[in-house]
Design a protein around this ligand. Structure first.
Ligand SMILES: Cc1cc2nc3c(=O)[nH]c(=O)nc-3n(C[C@H](O)[C@H](O)[C@H](O)COP(=O)(O)O)c2cc1C
Length: 459
């Protein structure tokens, strides 16, 4: 009998305000109306995906003092959307990106436990650590967190949330047909947490949820980010897309698990990926090229350049060469977006690349902003995705369609059946919780080494 193949895990990223989204396509619909969310979620569930995924931007980005073109469509609240989706789906995981800098652990623990209850065990939290002062201006404590402390706070928020989730023992809630539903007080612990970030004395309000803890995702690529993911997360969302970069990242983060008493399979690595399908390889390449030109129009190309150069470059021709002079120090030209660490070096690299290949500004920006893309016939795309997973460059992908909300339809109709024929993707959901889709068992949270901790004491 042949060995069971490594299984592919798939997430469906709601495209929203991504740089990859093509809004001028006649097929593009609202990113606010519930129908759009329902469409993508139902498609993902039809395709037996592990989860639906929402990113988060807490402040609309600004470029040259105006709200960024992509952000004018707005960003609705992640958790409210996911709770609404719980009612129209049955198996699909519901993953929300929620910031650990600007929120409080009690509030988040309560919200994710509630989502886990309402969805029957399908909640996931992508713990992001953006800590910039521009975003902070939206909050009471605007800009207070030193960047160096972003993971200090993130670790403590997760530890505190876990103490809260664990404070109701699994048998605290009793459903008695004659006497109704009640909780056994002695099975609910008072949580007293004292740390540098939080000082809490709380009786948690939500009974233990179906997964115990929501599935935890991490996105953040620094050494500290990777360490945080290895210590705390069930999956890492990354942008390391090419086979070689993927393999290097995969082996790096999996190599960090042992010191936390974790196995290599306890953490899934899921890069973002886009895809373009065609009837032939040439047809797909042509479509991909047309899409890239839609994603990076002449104006977008110039504003990307301005983010590096830090000044108004509107006098430049997008179809002409890059500016000769080096960038300025204006870090405020684009706000709410990470600026390149060393703009002068980035500018020099881009100029060199453009000169050696004879690229215009727009062509260069298309090259440097193209993320991992699977381009080809459905069979080619299925083969490539499978090869990344079987060769340990990833455990699957979070797919980012370029059309809202119908961009995933043809992937589910054409690529998923081929992945299933290859024996690399499920043909039905075997469990009901997200943890069971990812790990084949519901009990991983209970076994997680971090669940035994100080700070939870029976009252
Ligand atoms: C693939 C990926 C996706 C991310 N998505 C979001 C997001 O939706 N919202 C957000 O506020 N931050 C997001 N982040 C930012 C990270 O959470 C983190 O704050 C940032 O990368 C800085 O951490 P680092 O220095 O470890 O990379 C994302 C990062 C990565 C790598």
């Amino acid at each position: 009998m042949s060995a069971i193949k490594k299984q592919i895990h798939l997430g469906a990223h709601f495209p929203g305000v991504n740089n990859t989204t093509v809004w001028q396509d006649p097929e593009s619909k609202s990113q606010i109306e519930f129908d759009s969310f329902v469409h993508l979620a139902e498609t993902a569930e039809r395709g037996l995906f592990d989860f639906f995924f929402l990113a988060e931007g807490l402040r609309l980005r600004e470029h040259r003092g105006r709200i960024h073109d992509l952000d004018v469509v707005g960003r609705p609240d992640t958790l409210i959307v996911l709770n609404a989706l719980a009612s129209v789906t049955t198996h699909l995981g519901l993953a929300g990106t929620i910031n650990t800098t600007f929120n409080e652990p009690f509030e988040l623990a309560k919200q994710f436990a509630t989502l886990d209850h309402l969805s029957g065990g399908r909640a996931a939290w992508n713990m992001v650590t953006s800590s910039d002062a521009f975003t902070g201006e939206n909050f009471r404590r605007g800009g207070y967190l030193d960047r160096a402390d972003r993971y200090v706070r993130a670790r403590e928020i997760i530890d505190t949330a876990r103490e809260l989730w664990d404070s109701w023992s699994p048998d605290a809630l009793v459903v008695d047909r004659e006497n109704g539903v009640f909780a056994r007080r002695e099975h609910i612990a008072q949580v007293r947490h004292t740390g540098p970030q939080f000082d809490i004395d709380a009786a948690f309000t939500v009974p233990r949820s179906p997964q115990g803890h929501p599935v935890l995702l991490q996105a953040g690529d620094s050494d500290e980010g990777r360490e945080f993911g290895a210590a705390k997360a069930d999956a890492i969302f990354t942008v390391h897309g090419t086979l070689e970069a993927g393999q290097a990242f995969y082996s790096d983060v999996k190599g960090r698990l042992a010191k936390y008493g974790r196995e290599r399979d306890d953490l899934k690595v899921l890069p973002a990926a886009t895809f373009v399908l065609g009837d032939t390889a040439e047809d797909a390449e042509e479509r991909a090229d047309a899409i890239r030109h839609q994603q990076v129009g002449p104006q977008t190309a110039i504003s990307f350049l301005e983010q590096v150069w830090g000044r108004d470059l509107s006098e430049y021709d997008p179809d002409g060469p890059l500016p000769d002079e080096d960038p300025t120090d204006d870090v405020n030209i684009t706000r709410g977006r990470v600026r390149h660490a060393d703009p002068v070096q980035v500018a020099r690299d881009w100029r060199e690349r453009a000169e050696s290949k004879g690229l215009s500004i727009r062509e260069l920006i298309i090259e440097v902003t193209t993320r991992q893309q699977f381009v080809g016939t459905p069979a080619q795309v299925a083969e490539e995705i499978d090869s990344y997973v079987q060769n340990d460059a990833s455990d699957g992908f979070i797919l980012v369609p370029h059309i809202t909300p119908a961009g995933l339809d043809e992937f589910v109709d054409k690529v998923v059946p081929i992945l299933q024929d290859r024996g690399s993707f499920r043909t039905e959901y075997s469990g009901t919780t997200l943890r069971s889709h990812l790990f084949g068992s519901d009990s991983a949270a209970l076994n997680h080494p971090d669940t035994e901790r100080e700070g939870v004491r029976a009252s």
